[in-house]
Design a protein around this ligand. Structure first.
Ligand code: FES
Length: 379
């Protein structure tokens, strides 16, 4: 590509205190978007939500990962699997949206697949010489679950999810992610590249300006210094006033803490980004995450999921109280989106440059270094 040169990321790769953000064209250029799709999202373990959202055999959802349509479906044996969403006969897209099915049937010529991907029935193929049903099951895609989160990976040579995540599970163990349950999902489509959305989630620098009118009561304190991780993720941990970071000016309504959460973590929030773009935050009483779905260089889709402990969900009035949490998530997202869509307009300027990063933005630098490493040709 024309814009990518050997020295493109020299300033990105400097130590954090000196590092710059990615060049502006990394947020706007169509060729770079395609390169990211292939080299970043096409090789990574990509976070795609929670396993409890598909609880029963036959429950499925469809989505695109790095431009590849896939199906995620729970089998009769309780195992969650992923497959290419393309019929092995002549490529028909098999399923749309989400739902539940007893088998996966192709609407074109009626080939039918079991929930484990095996080809079950094939009408009018008895005269096809050499046709072996056993070899035409759905094409599998790697899927693994960690801490209740579902990840898929298109690269057969990628390391295991456990190795990809390194010490992620240990670092988040106090929150008991595996025991939380997703209670609400909503989708945002945003006129910006995927990176500004995940970057703003991970930095404190903008809080006093973008959220000044909304999150005063929480009174964030500066995050603790940069934590080293052994996995493909970055994390920001900071203390704030009493209460949940997930509810605005209705602290009295805040739900009980996550069972067993140590007292000091009840006055703090941990923000984490599993590279490339799966972001989550855990606080006193809940956890919320965003799936990241890049659509083009300047348009992206994010699916917000919010999770609470089962004990909290069972409380009288939970549904009503949850509404004030939903309001907070929506207000925060919209305040960020208003800024990000303006940022995207600025980034598109031929005169846009990449500037230095504050210590409150180190996770932005971590993502930039990860991307630079993935898109740079390997010798
Ligand atoms: Fe699916 Fe023909 S394309 S049965």
């Amino acid at each position: 590509m024309n814009l990518l040169r050997p020295d493109s990321f020299d300033k990105v790769l400097l130590p954090n205190a000196e590092a710059h953000c990615l060049p502006a064209w990394c947020y706007t250029d169509d060729e770079f978007f395609e390169l990211e799709r292939k080299q970043v999202f096409g090789r990574a373990w990509v976070g795609v939500g929670r396993q409890e959202l598909l609880p029963n055999a036959g429950d499925y959802r469809t989505l695109d990962v790095a431009g590849t349509p896939i199906i995620i479906v729970r089998g009769e044996d309780g195992t969650l699997r992923a497959f290419s969403n393309a019929c092995r006969h002549r490529g028909m897209r098999l399923l749309e949206g989400e739902g539940s099915c007893r088998a996966i049937s192709c609407p074109f010529h009626g080939w039918k697949y079991k929930l484990n991907g095996d080809l079950l029935g094939v009408p009018h193929m008895e005269q096809a010489v050499g046709f072996d049903r056993q070899t035409f099951g759905l094409t599998p895609v790697r899927l693994e679950v960690s801490d209740g989160f579902v990840f898929v990976c298109l690269d057969p040579d990628q390391v295991s999810l456990k190795d990809w995540l390194g010490d992620f599970s240990e670092r988040h163990a106090a929150y008991g992610f595996e025991k939380l349950r997703c209670t609400w999902q909503t989708t945002y489509e945003v006129d910006c590249n995927w990176k500004p959305f995940v970057e703003v989630f991970m930095e404190y620098y903008h809080l006093n300006w973008v959220h000044a009118q909304t999150f005063d009561e929480i009174a964030y304190k500066p995050p603790v210094p940069h934590e080293e991780t052994s996995g493909n993720y970055t994390t920001v941990f900071g203390y704030h006033n009493e209460g949940s970071a997930a509810v605005i000016d209705k602290m009295a309504d805040a739900l009980p803490p996550i069972p067993g959460l140590p007292e000091d973590l009840q006055r703090a929030t941990r923000y984490t980004m599993v590279f490339p773009g799966f972001i989550m935050a855990a606080t006193k009483d809940c956890m919320w995450y965003f799936e990241c779905h890049p659509l083009s260089a300047n348009r992206s889709r994010f699916v917000l999921g919010t999770c609470f402990p089962e004990e909290t969900i069972a409380m009288d009035g939970f549904e009503e109280i949850q509404k004030s949490y939903q309001e907070r998530w929506h207000v925060a997202a919209q305040e960020d989106i208003d800024v990000l869509e303006r940022q995207q307009l600025g980034l598109a300027s031929p005169l846009a440059t990449s500037g230095p990063l504050s210590h409150l933005e180190y996770a932005v630098g971590d993502l930039a270094k990860f991307i630079a490493g993935e898109v740079t040709p390997r010798s």
